[in-house]
Write a protein that binds this ligand. Structure first.
Ligand SMILES: NC(=O)c1ccc[n+]([C@@H]2O[C@H](COP(=O)([O-])OP(=O)(O)OC[C@H]3O[C@@H](n4cnc5c(N)ncnc54)[C@H](O)[C@@H]3O)[C@@H](O)[C@H]2O)c1
Length: 370
């Protein structure tokens, strides 16, 4: 199959759908890969590296969409890209269609098959193509907290690790899923005191085993949140209730009682945030202060590390992408987890939750595959 990689055109997006290493894998499987010139530059991969891996470099996105059947991207297609999609295309990328009726209309009108990374599943009931970005965001959250705690960035002037004779920061992580566990790992590695507030007992048992007593876990109640948030120098918000907005665990009334110059990092901001006072910020202007507490609420944290994020994403997407390239849409017949990714096919919405969120009919022509 001919596989196309256009340059990402959403503002502030520097990741790329396929790294040169991934291109080589597709080429080894007998596929032709077409890459738009400059597609990998933001992540540090020049055209020459792609050519060495076996890709053909083309001058613009139009040539990618014209020449390829399988389009591998990172972010949801933008309006100019919907117009380039046709019934011959399989689009494989993050879509987040539920809150985006305009994009849904664009994809339905194109006649393409669109497979969303975020709804592909795994045998454990997880979302394997979302997890790598949560890993990046969780680890980055501690870097960002460390920077923000410094005096010149508005923080209280605390070094996370402390030094001999001076205690480290106390970091409270709300939610011990993929983001929370990765944040806790970084924080513990830096020598911080770490507590994870979680509502799943099996998950707390896993975390307790994993960290061998290096961190504390606490069952999530209003009392536990009150106590831990007031004790913390940093609170990292990492809760998720699947399909719903994040619960507001930290209220505005907490802020005045918190330590002045303490830091809130709301990783859950892409689901509305778990602090009442959160609003989305950008890498160019990541923080703001409310009642003496500095808020960091960047909605696309992995975008700050496009090299690491592209590699991590590609490792997760590669087996599915290769299957699509090898078998076309027939891959959905044999791989029920990949089939769960199908959101749009031939002008119909084929994911029940997406159809429901958009108030549209759900079509299940491939029920037998799922
Ligand atoms: N800002 C970014 O750039 C960025 C990047 C990646 C992920 N995220 C977001 O981070 C959030 C967490 O993602 P994840 O992959 O870790 O999800 P996850 O499902 O792996 O973990 C969420 C955890 O929150 C726990 N939880 C739910 N309600 C709770 C409550 N009231 N109190 C305590 N714990 C509670 C769950 O039990 C679960 O363990 C999501 O909203 C995700 O979209 C943001």
């Amino acid at each position: 199959m001919r596989v196309g990689v256009p340059r990402e055109i959403k503002p502030d997006e520097y990741r790329v759908g396929l790294t040169p290493t991934a291109v080589r894998e597709y080429v080894t499987h007998g596929h032709e890969v077409i890459v738009e010139t400059g597609a990998g530059l933001g992540a540090g991969y020049g055209d020459a590296v792609y050519e060495k891996a076996g890709a053909k470099i083309v001058a613009d996105a139009a040539a990618v969409f014209e020449g390829a059947e399988l389009i591998v991207k990172v972010k949801e297609p933008q309006a100019v890209e919907w117009a380039r999609l046709t019934p011959k295309h399989i689009l494989f990328t993050y879509l987040h269609l539920a809150p985006d009726p305009a994009q849904a209309e664009g994809l339905l009108a194109s006649g393409c098959a669109a497979i969303a990374y975020e709804t592909v599943t795994d045998a454990q009931g997880g979302l394997p193509l979302l997890a790598p970005m949560s890993e990046v965001a969780g680890r980055l959250a501690v870097y960002s907290a460390g920077e923000t705690l410094l005096k010149h960035n508005g923080g209280m002037g605390l070094l996370i690790s402390g030094v001999p004779g001076v205690p480290p920061a106390r970091i409270c992580v709300l939610g011990g899923g993929v983001v929370g566990m990765n944040a806790a790992r970084m924080a513990a590695g830096l020598g911080a005191e770490v507590v994870i507030v979680e509502r799943s007992i099996p998950r707390m048992r896993q975390l307790d085993d994993m960290f061998q007593g290096r961190i504390l876990t606490r069952y999530s109640t209003a009392d536990a949140v009150d106590e831990e948030v007031l004790k913390a120098d940093v609170v990292i918000g990492a809760v998720l209730t699947a399909g719903a907005s994040a619960p507001k665990l930290v209220r505005k009334s907490h802020l005045k009682k918190m330590k002045p110059g303490s830091v809130l990092v709301d990783v859950s901001i892409d689901q509305g945030g778990c602090f009442e006072t959160s609003h989305p910020t950008t890498h160019n202007d990541p923080t703001y202060t409310v009642d003496g507490v500095v808020h960091y609420c960047v909605a696309n944290m992995p975008g700050a590390a496009p090299r690491t994020s592209s590699e991590a994403l590609v490792h997760a997407t590669l087996p599915f992408g290769l299957e699509l390239a090898d078998k076309g849409l027939d891959a959905l017949k044999t791989n029920k987890h990949l089939a769960k990714g199908l959101n749009v096919l031939a002008g119909k919405l084929t994911h029940p939750a997406v159809a429901e969120a958009l108030g549209k009919d759900f079509a299940d022509p491939y029920g037998a595959w799922k």
